[in-house]
Structures are given as structure tokens and as C-alpha cells.
Ligand binder design. Sequence first.
Ligand SMILES: [Zn+2]
Length: 269
Amino acid sequence: MAALVGVTGCAGVGDAGASATARTRVSVPAPASAALGSSTPAAPSAGPTSSVSATPSSAMPSPAPGSPAPGNGPAPSPSGPPPFSAKIEKVSRDDVRQSWRPGCPVPLSGLRKITMTYWGFDDQAHTGVLVINKKVAEDVASVFGKLYEMRYPIRRMVPVDVYKGSDNDSIDADNTSAFNCRNATGSGNWSNHAYGLAVDLNPRENPYVYANGSNAHRNADAFVDRPLKKPGVINSGDRVVRAFGQIGWGWGGSWSGAKDYQHFSENGR
Ligand SMILES: [Zn+2]
């Protein structure tokens, strides 16, 4: 009779639960990262999808033996934070009303919404939402799983629609985001964000720094130098850069000239 015990409240319970789950996962062909060779399919029992614990909605008979899953018993142990979880879902028009429009280089059907755990600057676990291209959703979720495990702090994680699609306002809010149908900074070409193939991580701690050393956000002035030892700051070759590197993504902090310390992308640009 433990079926309805809280914890998993998210996915449609009841009758055709299977189809609801299928919709969640359907276009996420499991380990698409095999070619990249490194996204540690270590998870002993949770399935082939590395650290992305795909929220086993209704019928998960027993907790995974290897992990401290809050399955049946006394739910979250008081001794530690919850395990990382990520749920990947399709995106509706309403999800991206401000940040997507006809003519964007990726169709709505090519986007996914990842609802996942992140570690906050307050040393607590939080839940955030990242909108991203469906072909990289699982890989990127696995990277955020690693960031969570290493307790890399993230300030905020909401879709840029919260800021009406304004990259400037999202940056000022130190918001971590991915998809935004906009041009690249200082350019008339689509940004990789317009394809959902780039992530900006803690943009205040990791500003875009012009070749002359200036940056456009006064609240980031204390973060333009590298290397810099402060929470949330990304430095060359550190664990954050390596975690993205493991799915083949490049870091804007390694560019010559202007440096985009917050920026990771599939093609490195
Ligand atoms: Zn970016």
C-alpha cells in the first residue's frame, strides 16, 4: 500500500502511467553519448543513463540498491541532501512564449525542459529548470549531475522567459540558463543559445569579458580576473570545465580575445 507515498508526486499517477512516462522519455534515445565515450555509465542499477535518474514515476518496485534512493521507507535521511535527479520533458509554447518564436533555428519540438537538482550558494539543494536542445538534454543533465555531486554552487536556474527573454536581465540576476533565441553577443548571427546548444553558468561569477578587459555588468566587476578562487567561479581546467569537456563541450573562457567565462557549448563557440 505504499504506492501513493509522496516523494514522486510529479508524473501522472494512475491508469496509463506507462504512456505518460513514455512521453517523457520518448525522444531521448538513451545513451546517445556512447560515441563521446565518457559519460560514466557507472550507475549500477538505475539503468543505462548515467547519472540522470529519470524519475521512475509510478512503478519502481524497489529502491536502487547502490544509491540512497528515498524509495519506500523513512524518506529523506536527515543526514544528507537528496540525490541528484533530472526529469526531461517536452516544451510547450507557453514554456517559451518570450524566448522562442517562429523563425528560430530550432523548432519547439527540438527543445526539452530539464527539471533538476542543483546545489545552491546557501549549501542547500534546489530544483531548477533548464531549456535546451533535445539532442543534448541527457548529456547536459549528466553534467549537472556531476556539478551537484561536487557541490559546485549555482545561484539560480530558471528559463530566460522569466526575464522576458532578456539575456541582460538574466545575467544581472546571475541566472544559469541555456536556450534563448537571440544573436551572439556583438554579432548578427544566431548564438548557440538560439539552438539550445549552449549553457551560461553563474554569469555574474563568470562574466563575458571583452578583449580590453571590460565587462557589461557592474555586479560582475569583482570576477573578471582569472584564475580566481571564489565560489561558483570557473577557472581553466577545473572540474567544471572538465565535466563539460567529458561530453565534448568547449568553454568560452578558453577563447582568445574576448572571454565568455560563463559559456559552454557543443561546438565550442
Ligand atoms: Zn553563452
